[in-house]
Design a protein around this ligand. Structure first.
Ligand SMILES: [Zn+2]
Length: 301
């Protein structure tokens, strides 16, 4: 542990008292099981690298879809051919729907592909698997009770660039999903979109993302503080480009829960060091609880 100056010590103890409050509040939220979420992450990582069109992602697809079906959710697949700098690539979004009383829906999302890294074994335990595993656990928890709003659990393919990140070489799944919503005339039905990405870091600090819809980001931050998780929210803002952008561009309220500092100076990000030992079940639980509390607030809005 680092040495703390007396003034920092005060801050340190303050965190503890807020955390105690969080422990009490946990009883009032529907429970995320950290071990179940982590087991999903482990399983996804066991499939090896999972870039679009790979044998690994095919295994991930059938695993995710069969799990969602076991939860008695309505599961749909969106298959499409993405035009990428590396040629046409077959991609698939997986969408599972939980019913609710209202007609507006809430979208919870994660990308489940991993970055294509030629010549290295990149398994994306944090970048791809952590948020996907947590989304599967959120689907279990939320499907157990009928909510006010229907919830769509959306697993995006092709978030990563197939060569180098540009506006057209990235976010394939989310761009396709929003285009489809627009085509169906259902984009207006989405009350809010909550995106999860890289949420497994042991040292979890979720960004105050400048690209997210401000009122929705405020709900997330408020939820985190109420749970005693204020220390998991960054102090300084950052602007993220992620799967929420196509939604924001279309006027759909969207927020990105991402920790974009993975390891010291983001050293583990997009590196072979993004392995299972870097993923913390507790960080998955913290993020999951923040999502559930945000959902409660959205229902009260
Ligand atoms: Zn990535």
């Amino acid at each position: 542990m680092k040495k703390y100056s007396p003034s920092l010590l005060v801050v340190f103890y303050l965190h503890f008292s807020i955390s105690d409050l969080g422990a009490q509040n946990q009883k009032s939220t529907r429970g995320i099981d950290a071990d179940l979420a982590f087991a999903h992450v482990k399983k996804l990582v066991s499939f090896g690298p999972r870039p679009p069109g790979s044998p690994g992602i095919a295994q991930a697809q059938s695993h995710i879809a069969s799990y969602l079906k076991k939860l008695n959710l309505q599961v749909e697949q969106q298959d499409f051919l993405a035009t990428t700098p590396a040629g046409s690539v077959a991609m698939r979004n997986i969408v599972a729907k939980a019913t609710g009383e209202k007609s507006q829906v809430i979208v919870l999302a994660s990308h489940y592909d991993t970055k294509l890294m030629h010549g290295s074994l990149f398994v994306g335990a944090n970048d791809g698997a952590s948020s996907t595993g947590l989304l599967m656990e959120l689907a279990r928890v939320i499907s157990q009770q009928r909510g006010i709003y229907p919830v769509w659990f959306v697993f995006f393919d092709g978030e990563e660039a197939q060569r180098d990140w540009t506006e057209t070489d990235s976010l394939y799944g989310s761009r396709y999903f929003v285009e489809k919503l627009k085509g169906d005339g259902t984009a207006g039905k989405v009350k809010a979109m909550i995106l999860l990405d890289m949420v497994g870091d042991k040292d979890l600090v979720l960004e105050r993302d400048l690209s997210s819809t401000p009122w929705l980001l405020d709900l997330v931050i408020k939820s985190a503080y109420e749970l005693g998780y204020g220390k998991h929210i960054a102090t300084l803002p950052k602007a993220m480009t992620d799967d929420h952008i196509p939604f924001v561009r279309d006027g759909i309220p969207a927020v990105d829960l991402i920790d974009y500092n993975f390891g010291f100076d983001n050293l583990y990000w997009h590196s072979v060091n993004d392995t299972l030992d870097k993923v913390s079940p507790q960080s998955l639980k913290v993020t999951g609880e923040i999502v559930l509390r945000t959902l409660n607030k959205l229902e009260a809005k």
